[in-house]
Design a protein around this ligand. Structure first.
Ligand code: AMP
Length: 264
């Protein structure tokens, strides 16, 4: 089984990844963990990544793609893996598609943990306070300000991946705010044959007309839509006017499935 876990930092991807590892006897491939190990070992990659990670920004695509390419070739990944924190950009997702295709491998699904960002920030504030009280060492990026920056990076660079995988019929969404066991049970259901069928059927259905996300780029049509660009109404109308946006950008043309609750 080969899976991707999507969701902002703090959504519980790591916890659910560990449960998937135990249940399906696959390995967890966390680029965050691998990069932290590289930083600790002061490897060239680690030295390059450290300050970027401390700022909560994304390490360049080619760095993480190379790490993953190497890692999925290891014998322990042969049975399958759950990717946690990768891909984080559309180019990374495309690179992953290529890596898998070259090896004759397929993904079984991308599971998105949907969460409320305001609550995430509160959670991390509580965790930081508790760890500080216990005298434990904090990660450099483990503070509410850096988390806010990471959430901004997530919205801009990673959230579009939900659409990327939805279009392939691979996206499965669960409520990441539910208790951990409930999330695990929901993931189990989604990975059952019936759940997989539903995701594929959803991908084939025409999308609802309303555009929720401000991330969706209006079509680049030089038409009436141009005048309205930027407004919700404009985005809605843009869909029915002329050509879709250029495909290569990886953005959907005029609607985005949904957007995480914006808070904090
Ligand atoms: P994580 O533990 O997944 O939250 O990752 C910690 C940090 O590592 C992130 O804030 C990024 O700086 C970096 N990182 C991890 N995975 C990636 C990735 N796929 N692409 C770019 N940067 C990453």
């Amino acid at each position: 089984m080969r899976l991707i876990l999507l969701g902002p930092p703090g959504a519980g991807k790591g916890t659910q990844a560990q449960r998937l590892v135990a249940k399906h006897r696959i390995v967890q491939l966390s680029t965050g963990d691998m990069l932290r190990a590289a930083v600790a070992a002061a490897t060239p990659v680690g030295l390059r990544a450290k300050s970027i990670m401390d700022r909560g920004e994304l390490v360049p695509d080619e760095v993480v793609v190379a790490i993953i390419a190497d890692r999925i070739d290891q014998p322990d990944a042969k049975r399958g893996f759950v990717l946690d924190g990768f891909p984080r950009t559309v180019p990374q997702a495309q690179a992953l598609d290529r890596l898998l295709a070259e090896r004759g491998l397929k993904l079984d699904g991308a599971i998105e943990l949907k969460v409320d960002e305001g609550i995430l920030i509160k959670r991390i504030e509580t965790r930081v306070a508790e760890m500080t009280a216990r005298g434990e060492k904090l990660r450099a990026d483990d503070n509410p300000d850096v988390l806010r920056g990471r959430l901004v990076a997530y919205r801009a660079q990673t959230a579009p991946l939900a659409d990327y995988y939805a279009r392939k019929g691979m996206l499965k969404t669960v409520d990441g705010m539910a208790p951990i066991d409930t999330v695990t049970a929901a993931i189990d259901r989604l990975l059952s044959p019936a759940g997989v069928g539903k995701a594929k059927a959803a991908a084939k259905k025409p999308k609802p007309a309303q555009a929720k996300s401000t991330k969706a780029k209006p079509a680049k049509a030089k038409t009436k839509a141009t005048a309205r660009r930027g407004s919700k109404a404009g985005r809605k109308t843009a869909k029915s006017v002329k050509k879709p946006a250029k495909k290569k950008s990886g953005w959907r043309k005029s609607t985005t499935r949904r957007r995480l609750t914006k808070a904090g």
